[in-house]
Design a protein around this ligand. Structure first.
Ligand code: AP5
Length: 193
């Protein structure tokens, strides 16, 4: 199965992508996690990636398209994946579609986790107060959170329209507790299998 999970920052994409990957035997691919790892390692783009991410700005489309394509190909994951954090722009969505078309493939479904913005703010601020260093994120500072929400809001609207037109979109209420949200997701995926 080839899935995409969409949602504004804090909507629960990472949490639910892991649940889905475990239950359905898919590979959860988080572009945010890949970039956070890249930002720790020596490399050409390290500083630039760090800068984009710490401000909540988007890494350029060309980099992201290349990164995801290489990641899927190198790890031979083209048939069983759930993408979390990508695509994030219309340009990325079109690049993913073209990439899959070249392999005679399509996505099976796109899940959108719908969560009110104030709930998102609370979740991200809560995570910023986490005592565990592992969970703390540099971009969970109040002004960066606002920037992330602002940037992603408009882009998400166009992505929803893009996938709605292709009959791939499933809107999931993302406001319950994680288990309740996952139960709703399971119903959608089980219908697609
Ligand atoms: P990324 O890591 O993708 O961050 P994000 O989209 O801002 O989303 P988060 O990871 O903060 O939230 P999430 O929706 O995954 O929710 P989570 O499960 O973590 O990207 C980071 C940065 O990388 C971007 O800003 C950009 O710079 C760059 N980037 C990445 N992809 C890119 C791309 N394609 N193009 C360009 N740039 C890109 O949950 C959040 C919190 O809420 C957690 O504490 C969790 O425990 C809690 N929680 C989850 N679900 C629930 C629930 N149901 N109820 C209560 N709490 C919940």
């Amino acid at each position: 199965m080839r899935l995409v999970i969409l949602g504004l920052p804090g909507a629960g994409k990472g949490t639910q992508a892991e649940n889905i990957a475990e239950k359905y035997g898919l590979n959860a691919i988080s572009t945010g996690a890949i970039l956070r790892d890249a930002a720790k390692e020596e490399g050409r783009f390290r500083k630039e990636v760090q800068e984009y991410m710490s401000q909540g700005e988007l890494v350029p489309d060309e980099w992201m398209n290349r990164l995801v394509k290489d990641y899927l190909e190198e790890n031979e994951l083209e048939d069983d994946f759930i993408l979390d954090g990508y695509p994030r722009t219309l340009q990325q969505a079109k690049a993913l579609e073209a990439y899959l078309q070249r392999k005679n493939q399509t996505l099976d479904a796109v899940l959108f986790l719908d969560v009110d913005e104030d709930v998102l703010r609370q979740r991200l601020l809560q995570r910023s107060k986490s005592h565990s260093l592992e969970k703390k994120r540099q971009d969970d500072q109040p002004e960066v959170i606002e920037n992330r929400l602002r940037i992603n809001k408009e882009l998400t609207e166009s992505l929803l329209e893009f996938y709605q037109q292709r009959n791939l979109l499933y809107v999931i209420n993302g406001e319950g507790d994680p288990d309740t949200v996952f139960k709703t997701i399971e119903k959608v995926i089980n219908r697609k299998k």
